[in-house]
Design a protein around this ligand. Structure first.
Ligand SMILES: Cc1ncc(C[n+]2csc(CCOP(=O)(O)OP(=O)(O)O)c2C)c(N)n1
Ligand SMILES: [Mg+2]
Length: 696
């Protein structure tokens, strides 16, 4: 594949007359909707506007070729004509413009032009540029898993600027590795806001850069020319439908209305540049072509124009009277309303069998049992497979995770359900989101918490927002397993990090962190069987400790989220903690009780950090009147700060001492064991702070 295919000349695929009229109607509707929105924004009746002007021809062509409700679509904000051709209506779009409750894409939660139409398979779009590339790959992979004989294709659209995001390259790599039926449509309008393409993309043409990607069909087209675009996209779609691999269409388009209403392109585009763009306007070229080819006469064109103008006027009149989102609805759809992981449904009695097992063994066994039960579960990440070269398994034992948490899953359930991903955290989480959107239950692994950060945008802006921002139209109940924590003697900065509070601060995400084998089993199973995104934090130091082992509690053992475990009862002081500090708190309690025989210490293991068990904390503090919150992560702005604030606020009258906190020094974990000891909280720190609180 030396050079991108030229499509200007060959015309093997032709749209019908009806299709051409449908395309023109959608293109004209799109442009007039942009114009109407601009007017409404100037009148302060709507609050944001971004146009698709100049992009309409290639979009309408794509809208004819792909099949709504069969294929899947990851659109971006300019794809108005595409969404219209696929079946969205002018009124639906205007409902989004005014932010009405009836906006089918988000119920007034997202800006307009963030398309999401579940029945059409248009997956809710977000505002970060480029986050959806990897999701589209996951969606296509899910399609292949769910219906291997289907010819469905996933269409993924973006501007040329967004191809500079690393996730574009992660997505292409994954799509080519897996030979997935994804069509990438790059709508190149020459600018990313004010940055011209030659300063954005080396060589100024992203399609040319992709020459080395195997099985990737690259097609260049003039995206302002409807027929050329139709041909280009037909070719790309056919390549993907025939399962020859992914395809990329690079379509040059124009952007006559500046980037958005907040931008004025006259500040950086010359007059001649803008005039050259005007001459390529698809809304002028396409109707002229229809007339010159005798497909329509001018009168018939006028009829379409008139009908669309009327439709938009009537729709505008209606949406301006539409109800806003109801008061009190802001928290709705943050989490699933179908399955409540905090409910009694997840209370279960253990049925213990076998010898005591370590925490990592319990995690492994739970994954085995759940994958056996539910074929929708897929496990992937870095090094999680037993052996990517499956034939080697005749000779070798297999890896199964750097901590062995996923050992044996590939051997038992096959390489389609347990596999190694490229070393690319954003795409691990992003692909999982795409899969979950299709109804699978991905359980990806992030190898070390210290390396979760490339996936942060996917977790915070995508995973946690999808259900809320689509007003329950879409969801991504992914369980991300992450090895976390220090106390490793040599773990140093990049193998010891905590930082759970960064994630408990994210609305829409559940965060749990077991301290022992039994809780790990029960909480992991609940995470998998629930319907929400869950960050499942596995403390590395606790994986193989002798003291936190458990017999296996059975294949249906679950623990509700938001239920603390009172690991030791006491009367004089409550220690609220979780993770590695549970054991240290118990040791501290023992020392304190030896030193002060008339005092007793209660230790609460929260185990579920968001939601957390306020009831358990409240009940205990009302009894003991003294509380110490202990965590491994840095003290300042840590998890304990929120709990301390709430206790001080709501339990003030019960307190006989200030609310105490113990955490790591506000620095990184050092490699030298003495450094590590000084930095991370130790039993002696807990004892000292507890003594201070007991002295009041
Ligand atoms: C991750 C991220 N960075 C920055 C922005 C702000 N932003 C919105 S659109 C845009 C330019 C996008 O250019 P391009 O991909 O070429 O699409 P176009 O708008 O030109 O169609 C930028 C920088 C954003 N939304 N997301
Ligand atoms: Mg652009």
């Amino acid at each position: 594949m030396a050079t991108p295919t030229s499509v200007e000349t060959s015309m093997s695929v032709l749209p019908s007359r009806d299709d051409l009229l449908r395309a023109y109607r959608a293109m004209y509707t799109a442009r007039r909707l942009d114009d109407r929105e601009i007017l409404l924004k100037r009148q302060n009746r709507i609050f944001f506007q971004i146009s698709g002007a100049g992009h309409e021809a290639v979009q309408a062509a794509a809208g004819l070729i792909f099949r709504p409700g069969h294929d899947w679509f990851y659109l971006y904000y300019r794809d108005r004509a595409l969404a219209l051709t696929l079946g969205a209506t002018a009124e639906q779009m205007l409902l989004a413009s005014v932010g009405a409750a009836g906006d089918p894409s988000s119920g007034g939660r997202q800006m307009p032009s963030h398309w999401g139409f579940p029945e059409l398979h248009i997956v809710s779009g977000s505002s970060p540029t480029g986050t959806h590339y990897v999701q589209a790959v996951g969606c296509a992979q899910a399609g292949r898993y769910l219906a291997p004989d289907s010819d469905e294709v996933t269409l993924m659209c973006s501007g040329e600027g967004a191809t500079s995001e690393g996730e574009f390259w992660e997505a292409l790599n994954a799509a080519c590795l897996e030979n997935l039926p994804v069509v990438f449509l790059i709508e190149d309008n020459g600018y990313a806001i004010s940055v011209p393409v030659e300063c954005q993309t080396a060589g100024g043409n992203v399609a040319r850069l992709l020459a080395g990607f195997p099985n990737l069909l690259r097609v260049e087209t003039d995206g302002t020319d409807f027929m050329a675009s139709y041909q280009a996209i037909s070719e790309a779609a056919a390549h993907a439908r025939q399962r020859k691999g992914p395809a990329l269409v690079h379509a040059t388009v124009t952007r006559p209305y500046s980037h958005s209403l907040s931008d004025d392109e006259k500040l950086y585009k010359t007059k001649s540049e803008r005039e050259a763009e005007e001459s390529r306007d698809p809304l002028l070229k396409f109707p002229e072509w229809l007339v010159s080819e005798g497909i329509l006469d001018r009168q018939a064109l006028q009829v379409i124009v008139h009908e669309v103008d009327q439709e938009i006027q009537q729709a505008t009149d209606r949406v301006l009277k539409a109800d806003p989102p109801p008061k009190g609805s802001a928290l709705l759809h943050l989490y699933s309303e179908k399955i409540d992981p905090t409910s009694a449904q997840f209370e279960a009695q253990p049925r213990f069998t076998g010898d005591p097992r370590t925490m990592v063994d319990e995690i492994n066994l739970t994954l085995h049992e759940e994958m056996q039960r539910d074929s929708r579960i897929l496990v992937f990440g870095e090094d999680v497979a037993d052996c990517s070269r499956a034939a080697n398994l005749a000779e070798v034992k297999g890896k199964g995770g750097v901590f062995k948490a996923t050992a044996g899953l590939q051997v038992k359930f096959g390489s389609e359900r347990a596999f190694n991903s490229p070393l690319a955290e954003a795409s691990i989480v992003g692909r999982a989101i795409g899969m979950a959107t299709r109804g699978l239950k991905p359980v990806p692994e992030i190898q070390f918490f210290d390396y979760i950060w490339p996936a942060m945008m996917q977790i915070r802006d995508e995973l946690a927002t999808l259900r809320w921002r689509s007003n329950n139209g879409f969801s991504a109940p992914v369980v991300i397993r992450v090895a976390i924590g220090g106390y490793l003697n040599g773990g140093a900065i990049y193998h010891s990090q905590c930082g759970e509070v960064i994630f408990t601060h994210i609305p829409g995400l559940r965060v749990v962190m077991p301290s022992n084998a039994l809780d790990a089993c029960g909480l992991l199973r609940t995470a998998i069987r629930a319907d929400d995104p869950v960050l499942f934090l596995e403390h590395k130091r606790l994986y193989r400790e002798p003291y936190n082992r458990s017999q296996h509690p059975g294949p249906d053992f679950t623990i509700p989220f938001g239920r603390a475990n009172i690991v030791k009862t006491g009367q004089s002081l409550t220690i609220v903690t979780y993770g590695a500090l549970v054991q240290k708190s118990l040791q501290a309690a023992l020392q304190l009780e030896q030193r002060f025989p008339d005092r007793s210490i209660e230790v609460i293991d929260l185990r579920s950090l968001s939601p957390y068990d306020w009831n358990a904390i409240r009940t205990s503090v009302e009894k003991t009147n003294r509380v110490l919150i202990a965590h491994e992560d840095c003290l300042s702005w840590g998890y304990g700060a929120e709990l301390a604030a709430r206790i001080a606020n709501e339990l003030f009258e019960y307190l006989d001492a200030p609310v105490g906190r113990v955490g790591a020094l506000d620095t990184w974990v050092g490699y030298n064991p003495q450094l590590e000891y000084e930095i991370l909280p130790q039993v002696e720190n807990l004892v000292a702070e507890a003594e201070r609180l007991l002295s009041f």
